[in-house]
Design a protein around this ligand. Sequence first.
Ligand code: ZN
Ligand code: ZN
Length: 375
Amino acid sequence: MDAQRHQLIKLSLKIHSHPELGFQETKASSWLTQYLGKNGFNVERGISELPTAFRGSYGQGKPAIAILAEYDALPKLGHACGHNLIAACAVGAGVASKPAIDQFGGSILVIGTPGEELYGGKAIMADRGAFNDIDIAMMVHPGVLDIATTQALACQTLEVEFFGKAAHASAQPEAGINALDAILQAFTAINALRQHIKDKARIHGIITDGGEAANIVPAHSAGSFIVRAEDDTYLDELKQRVLNCFIGAATVSGARLEYRWGDMRYTPMRNNLTLARLFSQNMQFLGRKVHPSDPRRAFGSTDMGNVSQLVPSIHPIVAIAPVEVHSPQFASAAASEAASYGLLDAAKALAMTVVDLVANPEIVIKIKQEFWQEE
Ligand SMILES: [Zn+2]
Ligand SMILES: [Zn+2]
């Protein structure tokens, strides 16, 4: 790891200064695959019919251990989720694992998973079989605290549109049907619903079209929403209740509703505790104090949840800054010196965990037993 140090930090900063949105990560995916190819990995580009997805592999056979890379940025904010660090960490850990694979057998895979933020790239790849031949999957995400297990909510997006009727807002308001009022009514209904939903569930959205001019009754409005819940069953229930808010608003306003649920649904994260314990021990060995789970209970969602339903997985957090992700402050933090330390420690701990796994086949069995017992 230390031999790669400068190259990995350079790679992370290069991706950070060229932020690319989901499924457009052509530069990042080419830099990462070049790095893997140069370091003796077999590289396949464009896997799962996604041009910026990739798979680098080294060694053959079992156990097949995958380290997942993310490299998409956020609109306007750049790398405010620090995926540049995830990417450099994954390739670094993959390359550092080579001697262990040479000595003990098995294979190490670095899988490039694009479009995490907006499209659920891993969910698409999971549907297309990208994780079928894998025994264990791991990745590390940057954040505020060192955490072994991440709680991530099931979630699905909802796009809505209301179609009303334009009219002069002052001269002939009685002839109009106000599509903006419809979406505002829906917001009010959702705000009322929010008081009576289970803990951890989340509903949030924005208005993307609210009319053309103040003197025209808005004929069209549109919004983009996300519904999240702790488990799949409650998500289904909550989705219907949220939809009812829009249906009710359509009735009240007279505007016609059209809606579309997102194709990809993120499932909750299933943390493999045996695997998480190994990773924590390695982080502690590197001098970091690891919390078992997030004491501040901050919940988001990740498409790693979908992978964790198929393969024993972990998605721990490495501390790089005292600010939350998806903020401009975190975007700066993702290029800081603390971020470089975080990236290197996380990559070391991942590679050390790979050593634990290939050197101790009984631990792999234990990890798989835990996974199947939970089914
Ligand atoms: Zn992220
Ligand atoms: Zn994010």
